[in-house]
Design a protein around this ligand. Structure first.
Ligand code: NI
Ligand code: MN
Length: 222
């Protein structure tokens, strides 16, 4: 079964199939976003970590949709304190079954805080929706276990941060794609602000198709 993948800009996505799953829905204050939080209709929100450019509009979207938030224990605790009702607290290595498939969290090498509050481990997220598997790497450096994550989950699509400074740049991102070996690699987390490089011409992984998406663009992943 095919799903539709919409890029929300920066590191955010909306996956649509039998359910709709938002990942890192940062729209308010996102200079490249084309959608508003009210535009997002979803049953689940999956978070890689607590930084504002990922956590974004999670609370408003979760409340408006009565959606379930999947994320690190501390992020879910924070959401609970802000009256989000449906929570699936997790940690790296864990997998939670869902109506639409499953959500798993992987490790990522980064940090995770929100308004000075510790938000748990930074993570990557595996989302299986109707049998299609995506690996959103979150914000991370390169690490060799990406190969293992690729072998275990066999992702169809990997979303890989390549903007440098806070994550991998395009060269290391290409190496990550070669380790993960998805069918398609989507570069993310670049060019949003001047601090992040917008030249990703070196993101040329061997043997992996690269698909750079424009904010708002939709792709039917068959
Ligand atoms: Ni971050
Ligand atoms: Mn970030």
């Amino acid at each position: 079964m095919s799903i539709t993948i919409q890029f929300l800009g920066h590191a955010g996505f909306l996956l649509e199939g039998s359910s709709a799953v938002a990942i890192d829905p940062f729209l308010t204050g996102n200079p490249v976003a084309t959608l508003k939080p009210d535009d997002i209709k979803c049953q689940a929100v999956v978070l890689t970590h607590g930084h504002a450019d990922h956590f974004g509009d999670t609370i408003a979207i979760a409340k408006a949709n009565d959606a379930t938030v999947y994320g690190a224990f501390e992020i879910c605790e924070y959401c609970g304190e802000h009256a989000v009702g449906k929570l699936e607290p997790m940690n790296p290595g864990g997998k939670v079954a869902a109506d639409f498939g499953f959500v798993a969290l992987t490790q990522a090498f980064h940090s995770s805080s929100f308004n000075g509050k510790y938000m748990g481990m930074p993570c990557g997220a595996i989302v299986n929706l109707d049998g299609t598997t995506i690996y959103h790497c979150g914000d991370t450096s390169l690490f060799s276990d990406m190969k293992l994550i690729g072998e275990i989950y066999k992702p169809d699509v990997a979303m890989i941060p390549v903007g440098d400074r806070f994550t991998m740049g395009p060269e290391l991102g290409a190496k990550a794609a070669e380790l993960i070996k998805p069918r398609v690699a989507i570069p993310i987390h670049y060019g949003t602000w001047p601090l992040l490089t917008d030249d990703i011409s070196a993101f040329t992984p061997a043997g992996v198709e690269v698909m750079a998406m424009k904010p708002g663009e939709k792709w039917e992943c068959a």
